[in-house]
Ligand binder design. Structure first.
Ligand code: ZN
Length: 223
């Protein structure tokens, strides 16, 4: 090899070294850019694998047990654990508009948020909330505000809004039976327009179901 060839090799080697050096920061920069531009878009599909959710649902002040949970369930992620994470991310407010709410894990998550000082409001269906296993009574006992319909038609929504920024909506009823057995979808989106529209609908129903407007002795319609 002549002296010129050696120079080419040396320049190429330096170039390669530099590229490898800066590559991670370039990739990080690109990834951060994508995160900034694109709001969260996620879909969870059910039925969910049954996993242990103990670590997620520990009360404040309880030391995390780490990887030492002795139960026999798998300890990885599942659709349910990701739904719980999305809810537990709340810092200021949580609006829940749910036809059926009997899943103990989801009930526990909502109670934890209430204990942390998150303002939780629940709208639900008057028929379903009276059924055995409903979490609504427990949530009320914990001091969470609940309002319900008085209609024959169902309050059939299944959506939640976290911190007025993240909309969680789909076909899933918040019951263990649906979580573990049904084919369901749950969309998680930060799209500002959808969040705004769902919040407006929540406020509209919240006002409509104000208990001071309940009629305990419905008047017969006059013809
Ligand atoms: Zn476990």
């Amino acid at each position: 090899m002549g002296p010129v060839r050696w120079q080419v090799v040396a320049v190429a080697a330096v170039g390669l070294a530099l590229t490898l050096e800066v590559l991670p920061s370039v990739l990080r920069w690109l990834r951060a850019g994508r995160r900034r531009r694109r709001p969260r878009r996620q879909v969870l599909f059910f039925p969910s694998q049954v996993t242990c959710t103990e670590a997620l649902l520990q009360a404040p002040g309880v030391a995390p047990s780490g990887s030492g949970c002795p139960c026999s369930l798998p300890h990885g992620e599942s659709s349910l654990s990701q739904l719980l994470r999305a809810l537990l991310a709340a810092r200021a407010s949580l609006e829940l508009c749910l036809f059926a709410f009997s899943s103990p894990q989801l009930g526990r998550a909502v109670e934890l948020l209430h204990q942390r000082g998150v303002r939780v409001r629940v709208i639900t269906d008057c028929d379903y909330m009276a059924l055995n296993g409903s979490q609504i009574g427990l949530l009320r006992k914990a001091g969470i505000q609940v309002r319900h319909d008085q209609d024959l038609g169902y309050m059939h929504h299944k959506f939640a809004v976290v911190d007025k920024k993240v909309l969680i909506t789909g076909s899933l009823n918040w019951t263990t039976q649906a979580i573990q057995n049904n084919r369901e979808n749950v969309l998680i989106t930060e799209d500002e327009e959808y969040v705004r529209l769902f919040l407006e609908e929540f406020e509209r129903i919240w006002e409509e179901f104000d208990p001071t407007k309940y009629s305990f002795f419905p008047q017969k319609r006059r013809h």
